[in-house]
Design a protein around this ligand. Sequence first.
Ligand code: PGA
Length: 256
Amino acid sequence: MARKVIIAGNWKMNKNAAEGKALIEDLKAACGKCCCCEADVVVCPPFTTIGAVVEAVKGTAIKVGAQNIHWADNGAFTGEISGDMLKNAGVEYVIIGHSERRQYFGETDATVNARLKAALKYDLIPIVCVGELLDERESGKTEEVLTRQIKGGFADISAEDMAKTIVAYEPVWAIGTGKTATPDIAQAAHKHIRKEIAALFGEEVAEKVRIQYGGSMKASNARELVAQKDIDGGLIGGAALKAADFLDLIKEALGK
Ligand code: PGA
């Protein structure tokens, strides 16, 4: 069975509430004239913008995601956000373990695993990011790194939960740099990720799991990337910040 294309915009630390609402209004204005509903489309604004965006997407097929989730239900964790709070705010997806969190905020495979469990507990759809650094790629360690991130990040997860989880392969050297992995390089990594998921959770689950590519994906390269056998969509940074860019990218990813 074909996996449905999923395109998620990771707004990172961009767009206040008014700007986020304006971006959704621009997306809505073009909606209906395009094919974006054929994909699952998700936008992931910063926490303080979520409320305005949840309001603005009402009546559309666009879903809202968050960029992080804490593993505890509540408590003394200054600066963090809980699954309950996200669910209550109308969030349906959550990005976990983005490389910027791993690089700047001490995220590890163990914290990714704890956050993943919290997301599943609150019935949020997790988008778990994995990917190698430039020196890891250059020293031939890409597959080893991906295997370690998958084994650690997805430890003690049931096959049923894994099937709901989305994986984003984001080679760190391609994020925000303008350097995209070639379709062949990306496909090879995605194939490895699916193979590792199959080893842990079985072939049937691995065939269901959607694996997004992320790292300088844009309208001009989305078609070729998503055409690859194991690439099921994209996690988009820069090209998700303008409605026209985001919609063009979605159309290309759908092969339209
Ligand atoms: P980029 O970011 O598209 O700007 O490279 C992707 C991401 O970090 O999710």
